[in-house]
Design a protein around this ligand. Structure first.
Ligand code: 6R9
Length: 647
């Protein structure tokens, strides 16, 4: 029986939503979604109000998802202009640099002026409504300015995480056919520099990147870069002459807002497309309810803007709500492993939202780096990105939050746009390790492998039976893939790719991915991506990749490699292949283990049996299960023997 943490009295007394409120609103939201979301949508400023709320079909022969369809609005006007009268001097962004002596406060008025100048600059560069813009920036205020400037003119941004390689950047640019890339000379993280502009130069040598007309370069470090005239232009030089006045471009509710690439079970990363109205309603409303937002909160989400959490809960949700949001350039352990808590004390952070992998890494350093800081300002903690194990939850609760602060364990996905299963801190008793109950309007259900609905306390695959405003609308440029990936497995429903257990109280416990996606430190990677990087090496004939348990990262990457005939196995080659994957995809894809596989376990039809490879990686050869369908059972014995030698 899990340790139950009831709603603290302080939250119960002051919260926006209490237990009775949750039950009432939830019941209304699922019985009358039109009425509920019609009312909630009014939290935004609409240039032209909507009259239609929801037009959705999950039927694969007629799949469509439209929210607030005839409404017109502008995202940047909702995040900036409408706050100026009441919150003009309020801090919108507290920027904390990698160097602890480097920080800045940017008011809503200042941010508005910067975004207007940037919007004028983008227009001057020939970027218009619907054009795609790649953003490959470190965690500096210009990242938020660039995002908001795109939304101001109706351009569609696609942010590529600064840790991705030139190849990964190139494939995203090629798929979305961007006209502009916004980058920086270099990024700085943990005292080390990252050559972002040089990576852009390399990416633009790759095929199908000719769509890029301009590269705008923000000067972050002043490090030397190679400026190719006329393609490359300095951000600061061009921003100088721009006006601080700009009329936001009206955008239809279903106008594309951004594309964000994410990994799936097969093939190259998919361009998840989100649109304007529904996304912003969902991001802002969940941000307000889940974090029980108050006007004087200082809210800090540690995610990078390169991930969906950075989009919805660092930039769009908080700014649409007029909140003060902290943007941190650095890493948790630089200059030392007290850094998060030093930043909390420095800026008097009240709400802190991070990932289990960071908590586990800090937990390993012991309690002292935490307890030598005050953290008295914190009132609420959050977790996102992967299942949080109860030990890490309890440590986060007891040591970081001093057993005063509720933890909201928020389950959602790039595809969902915002939080879907989560506690509300004033309403939900907490069970460590459980994301708990569905948010308003969310209808989770559990099915077995054959699609049979399972009732009551049970375990199976997590589906969602109805839409919500923040849902992705399509895979950019490949609507068929959207249908096939999410709606074909359990027709009429959205399939999440996650496994889940529901307990006797109706609480949901996400058990992890049930497809070929691995979650490394909260970052999604397709096993197929790592495999195709490996087989792109001249020495490799075949590769199979599975996830394996990892103390800090949650899951690590375990690669099995079959070399080409005549190529010798060696430690040097093993290291070379690991470095190769790192270079091909980026540091987050670096394999933790690489085992030689003279053969891979396959069915007679040639399918690699990953179930078996996962068990071997776990060092659990006694749990291989049924191997009778294997074409050549001796392959497995060889792999197990090899694995035993390594220990
Ligand atoms: C927001 C984000 C999505 C996948 C998702 C699931 C895992 C995220 C979780 C969680 C358990 C949580 N996940 N939050 N698992 N508890 N609170 O992380 O998006 O990068 O697309 O990853 O992450 O497996 O399917 P994304």
């Amino acid at each position: 029986m899990a340790n139950l943490h009831p709603v603290p009295a302080e939250f119960a007394a002051r919260a926006r939503i209490d237990k009775a409120g949750y039950e009432k609103l939830y019941a209304e939201s699922v019985s009358d979604p039109e009425g509920f979301w019609g009312r909630i949508g009014k939290r935004l400023d609409w240039i032209k109000p909507y009259t239609r709320v929801k037009d959705v079909s999950f039927d694969i022969s007629d799949l469509h998802i439209r929210w607030y369809e005839d409404g017109v609005l502008n995202v940047s006007a909702n995040c900036l202009d409408r706050h100026l009268a009441t919150r003009g001097e309020k801090t919108a962004i507290i920027w904390e640099g990698d160097d602890p002596d480097d920080s800045r406060h940017i008011s809503y008025r200042e941010l508005h002026a910067e975004v207007c100048r940037a919007a004028n600059l983008l227009t001057h560069l020939g970027i218009g409504k619907g054009d795609r813009v790649a953003i490959y920036l470190p965690m500096i205020p210009e990242a938020a300015v660039a995002m908001l400037a795109c939304t101001r003119i109706g351009a569609v941004h696609t942010i590529v995480f600064g840790g991705f390689s030139p190849d990964s950047l190139a494939s995203r640019i090629a798929d979305s056919q961007c006209k502009l890339v916004i980058t920086a000379d270099e990024g700085v993280r943990g005292g080390k520099r990252v050559a972002l502009k040089a990576n852009v130069d390399a990416a633009l040598e790759r095929p199908n990147t000719n769509s890029v007309e301009t590269v705008l370069v923000v000067r972050r470090t002043g490090g030397a870069v190679d400026m190719q005239v006329p393609r490359d232009r300095w951000w600061h030089a061009l921003m100088e002459g721009q006006s601080e006045q700009h009329d936001p471009v009206p955008c239809e509710a279903e106008h594309p807002l951004f594309i964000l690439y994410t990994s799936g079970s097969t093939g190259a990363p998919k361009g998840v497309l989100h649109t304007t109205g529904g996304y912003l309603v969902h991001a802002s409303y969940t941000h307000e309810c889940v974090f029980d937002l108050r006007e004087d909160d200082v809210y800090w989400c540690t995610a990078d803007v390169g991930w969906v959490t950075g989009h919805s809960y660092l930039v769009y949700g908080p700014l649409a709500n007029g909140a003060t949001t902290v943007m941190f350039e650095g890493v948790p352990n630089y200059p030392d492993s007290s850094r998060f808590w030093q930043v909390v004390d420095k800026h008097k952070v009240t709400i802190f939202y991070t990932a289990p992998t960071a908590i586990r890494a800090l937990m390993r350093e012991g309690e002292d780096p935490v307890t030598r800081t005050s953290r008295a300002s914190i009132r609420l903690l959050g977790s996102v990105g992967e299942p949080i194990n109860p030990e890490a939850w309890e440590w986060y609760y007891r040591v970081v939050g001093e057993s005063r602060c509720p933890i909201v364990d928020t389950w959602w996905q790039t595809e969902t746009g915002g939080i879907l299963i989560t506690p509300l801190p004033g309403a939900t008793d907490l069970k460590p390790g459980s994301a708990s109950l569905p948010f308003f309007g969310i209808k989770p259900a559990i099915v077995d492998a054959n699609g049979n609905l399972l009732d009551g306390a049970t375990e199976g695959n997590l589906i969602l039976t109805d839409s919500w405003p923040g849902q992705m609308r399509t895979v950019y440029g490949d609507h068929q893939r959207f249908i096939d990936t999410y709606f074909r497995t359990y027709p009429g429903n959205y399939f999440t790719g996650d496994g889940v257990r529901r307990d006797e109280d109706g609480y949901y416990w996400i058990t992890g991915r049930v497809d070929d996606v691995i979650n490394v430190s909260g970052h999604r990677l397709g096993t197929a991506e790592v495999e195709s990087a490996l087989v792109a090496h001249v020495s490799v004939a075949e590769a199979a990749v599975v996830g394996c348990a990892h103390d800090i990262k949650g899951q690590g990457i375990y690669a099995y490699v079959t070399l080409k005939v005549g190529v010798e196995q060696s430690e040097a080659l093993r290291k070379e292949l690991i470095a190769w994957v790192r270079k091909e995809i980026g540091p987050i894809a670096t394999p933790d283990y690489l085992q030689w596989a003279p053969g891979l376990p396959k069915t007679r039809s040639g399918k690699i049996m990953r179930r078996i490879l996962r068990k071997i990686a776990e060092n659990a050869p006694d749990q291989l299960g049924d191997t009778s369908t294997l074409a050549d059972p001796s392959v497995v014995r060889n792999l197990v023997d090899e694995r035993m030698i390594r220990g």
